[in-house]
Design a protein around this ligand. Structure first.
Ligand code: ADP
Ligand code: ADP
Length: 232
């Protein structure tokens, strides 16, 4: 089952001399309960693909679907709702609210949606990302790595059906990174969630079931990771 699907998806930025084809007719399916890593050189379109698939960026042509829902068919309000209810996004720049503390940032999307978090799950998420002593701190009182943990916890807290991560462990040391990646993989196995993450790190990609390589806005390779189950 496809949790998300791009079909001939193109994304063009700018026009004339500044025109950049960030994605060139990309077709790819992210299956339910599958953990995919997206790799490729800087500027190859990785972030753009995640943003387009998550409805954070408009597409120029083709189609982007979450489940059976075509994103281009949705008006702003419905799109916002879909993002909130079904998608978790871990931003490269964290995108935390500076006036809220760690815990408030983590539960904000659910608070807005009027949903109560599953407390047991929330406790597990917070423990795994290693934030237990930092929940009362605001983002400017946290290190980059700690802010990243808050961003990861926020994306996981509501148990969304699909999680997109843009370098979700890029600011973590290898041990905390491993914990977060292990947790992501577990939630794929346990909850049947779908995870798609951009990474430059081959060790991080080792946690994924599948690795998709982008170059110059096109998919140049797409292969299963035979060692995914053996990484602890
Ligand atoms: P990656 O994540 O693989 O580093 P990006 O998706 O960020 O690549 O960028 C793909 C291409 O699109 C790059 O050439 C980049 O310069 C261009 N690009 C990305 N975002 C914008 C933007 N907002 N405006 C113009 N060009 C952009
Ligand atoms: P953008 O999304 O704007 O293209 P990136 O984070 O993809 O920015 O790239 C910025 C620069 O940092 C690139 O030169 C990239 O190779 C490097 N970089 C980013 N994350 C890592 C990482 N985890 N390991 C090594 N290099 C990285």
């Amino acid at each position: 089952i496809a949790a998300a699907r791009a079909t001939d998806l193109s994304k063009v930025y700018g026009e004339g001399e500044t025109k950049v084809v960030a994605l060139n007719q990309v077709s790819v399916e992210f299956r339910q309960a599958e953990f995919t890593a997206i790799m490729g050189p800087s500027g190859s379109g990785k972030s753009t693909l995640m943003h387009c698939m998550a409805g954070l960026d408009s597409i120029s042509s083709g189609s982007a679907q979450i489940g059976d829902t075509e994103l281009t068919s949705l008006k702003d309000k419905k799109l916002t709702q879909l993002r909130r209810d079904r998608i978790g996004f871990i931003f490269q720049a964290f995108n935390l609210l500076p006036t809220l503390n760690g815990l408030e940032n983590i539960t904000l999307p659910m608070d807005i949606a009027g949903r109560k978090p599953d407390q047991q799950w929330l406790d597990r998420v917070i423990e795994t990302v290693g934030l237990s002593g930092r929940l009362k701190h605001r983002p400017n009182q946290l290190s980059g790595g700690q802010q990243q943990r808050v961003a990861v916890a926020r994306a996981l807290a509501s148990q969304p059906e699909i999680i997109f991560g843009d370098e979700p462990t890029g600011n973590l040391d290898s041990r905390s990174g491993a914990e977060v990646l292990g947790f992501l993989r577990n939630s794929v196995r346990e909850l049947g969630q779908t995870v798609v993450m951009v990474t430059h790190d081959p060790v991080a990609a080792g946690y994924a079931d599948r690795v998709v390589f982008l170059a110059d806005g096109s998919i140049v390779d797409d292969m299963p990771n035979p060692t995914a189950e053996t990484v602890l």
